[in-house]
Design a protein around this ligand. Structure first.
Ligand SMILES: [Zn+2]
Length: 57
């Protein structure tokens, strides 16, 4: 079993995943990334991220 790769928390589904991409320096799992097919990913993530930050603030 290969456990050497560290898990990261996907900012979309908030689950620990090993297969994550980095978009705008944010970890996005491949599952969420596939949901975004057809969308301009950086725009989508940017909007999501801003919305998330507004919730926190
Ligand atoms: Zn995800």
């Amino acid at each position: 079993m290969d456990q050497c790769k560290e898990q990261e928390l996907c900012i979309i589904c908030e689950k620990e995943r090993r297969d994550v991409l980095r978009i705008m320096d944010q970890p996005i799992c491949t599952i969420c990334e596939q949901d975004m097919v057809g969308v301009r990913v950086t725009d989508w993530v940017y909007d999501f991220y801003i919305a998330r930050l507004k919730q926190i603030w």
